[in-house]
Design a protein around this ligand. Structure first.
Ligand code: NDP
Ligand code: GDR
Length: 373
């Protein structure tokens, strides 16, 4: 029998990699996409199959985590063996601007799915994965963080995700559901949203190298993160649903770097050596040397990064470092792609795209570049 999976957030970074992974494993994959005024399926267009063909194994449904009736109907129609709840307002800084919406989607959305599974009496059939997060640790109580480290969330996003974490545990304990949390540390890829810090840096520097932008404006570059590759992390999401009993796992690399280091690596991928001078809001990064021809628009002495306090958060998570020992020991999982390899892949993809835009511009086909975020 072909297994069926339902993915919320299928149009996002993780959703797209997970859909590819499950299709390769032979699953029939159903995804929930939101109605938008423009196409929002770019990350999954390459696996889209014409629904007019009987054999299509990848199917999209309109829906929203704020709409219980819609979620209940989709669950009832699809009858999935596995539900991956990846949908969320996932931007920490934005959650300070839209806290109520974030709570509705990120906290109540998880409850709506769990309750729909129970209402439909699918709790013995359907396994549930909740996309939990290292942001739960917030003001960290222990280094490195494990499955037993106490939580201290530091944003409306993290507080909402804390509700989702506990309601998942609660449905497991109350109704015997196979429901589990993956406590995932930051994971990135060329498909990462453009306003998260890694992608903002790789895309911004690639654009600057090609003369499409002048300068990167950053927030707290002293922030420390444990960055992995999304491809490695979606494999683990699936593994967590294949065990005999449901358990929660930390997924991390166990290595930590600063945002400043990520900027330095990204610049190095473009042949640029940066010099950081000044402190606090006056810190800048200047081009100290250039090798090769990847950054034709730059010269030594150009300032390519400044600090803009607009990107500081009302409460910051200064440091995160995970200990994935349980995942290694119980599931045999180890990440395969290092943060530096991932950075190189992201810069290469963003440089390709910047070159394409620069080429079009050179031929008079002016293409605006989005700079907000
Ligand atoms: P993305 O922001 O790339 O994707 C989020 C997805 O959720 C998108 O498909 C988005 O749709 C969808 N979505 C947003 N709001 C709603 C809504 N109201 N109803 C239904 N769907 C909605 O996130 P990632 O792929 O990076 O992350 C996946 C999940 O994992 C998220 O829950 C995130 O909070 C969590 N997480 C992520 C980590 C990371 O480092 N990436 C680490 C730990 C946890 P649209 O495309 O239309 O915007
Ligand atoms: P995070 O990711 O908040 O950890 O949440 P993000 O990449 O947004 O920030 C990481 C760190 O970089 C600092 N920073 C900046 N961040 C952004 N976005 N833009 C900037 O200009 C900037 N300058 C410095 C931030 O302050 C922060 O310390 C991500 C999301 O994917 C969540 O959904 C997920 O749960 C967690 O990772 C784990």
């Amino acid at each position: 029998m072909t297994k069926k999976a339902l993915i919320t957030g299928v149009t996002g970074q993780d959703g797209s990699y997970l859909a590819e992974f499950l299709l390769e494993k032979g699953y029939e994959v159903h995804g929930i996409k939101r109605r938008a005024s423009l196409f929002n399926t770019q990350r999954v267009d390459h696996i889209y199959e014409d629904p007019h063909q009987n054999k299509a194994r990848f199917k999209l449904h309109y829906g929203d985590l704020s709409d219980s009736s819609n979620l209940t109907r989709i669950l009832s129609e699809v009858q999935p063996d596995e539900v991956y709840n990846l949908g969320a307002q996932s931007h920490v800084a934005v959650s300070f601007e839209a806290p109520e919406y974030t709570a509705d989607v990120d906290a109540m959305g998880a409850l709506r799915l769990l309750e729909a599974i129970r209402f439909l009496k699918m709790e013995k059939k359907t396994r549930f994965y909740q996309a939990s997060t290292s942001e739960l640790y917030g003001l960290v109580q222990e280094i490195p963080q494990t499955e037993t480290t106490p939580f201290h969330p530091r944003s409306p996003y993290a507080v909402a995700k804390m509700y989702a974490y506990w309601i998942t545990v609660n449905y497991r304990e109350s109704y015997g559901m196979y429901a589990c949390n993956g406590i995932l540390f930051n994971h990135e890829s060329p498909r990462r949203g453009e306003t998260f810090v890694t992608r903002k840096i790789t895309r911004g520097l690639a654009n600057i190298a090609m003369g499409l932008e002048k300068c990167l404006y950053m927030g707290n570059i002293d922030s420390l993160r444990d960055w992995g590759h999304a491809k490695d992390y979606v494999r683990m999401q699936w593994m967590m649903l294949q065990q005999d009993t449901a358990e929660d796992f930390v997924i991390a690399t166990g290595v930590q770097y600063s945002v400043r280091e990520f900027i330095t690596w990204s610049a190095a991928e473009l042949g640029i050596t940066l010099e950081f001078t000044g402190t606090g809001v006056d810190e800048v990064a200047t081009v100290a040397a250039i090798k090769g021809d990847k950054a034709p628009a730059l010269k030594v002495g150009d300032v390519v990064m400044r600090i803009d306090p607009r990107y500081f958060r009302p409460a910051e998570v200064e440091t995160l470092l995970g200990n994935p020992a349980k995942a290694k020991e119980k599931l045999g999982w180890t990440p395969e792609i290092t943060a530096q390899e991932m950075c190189a892949e992201m810069v290469a993809e963003d440089l390709k795209s910047a070159r394409r835009t620069a080429l079009l511009n050179a031929h008079g086909l002016s293409v605006p570049v989005s700079l907000e975020g």
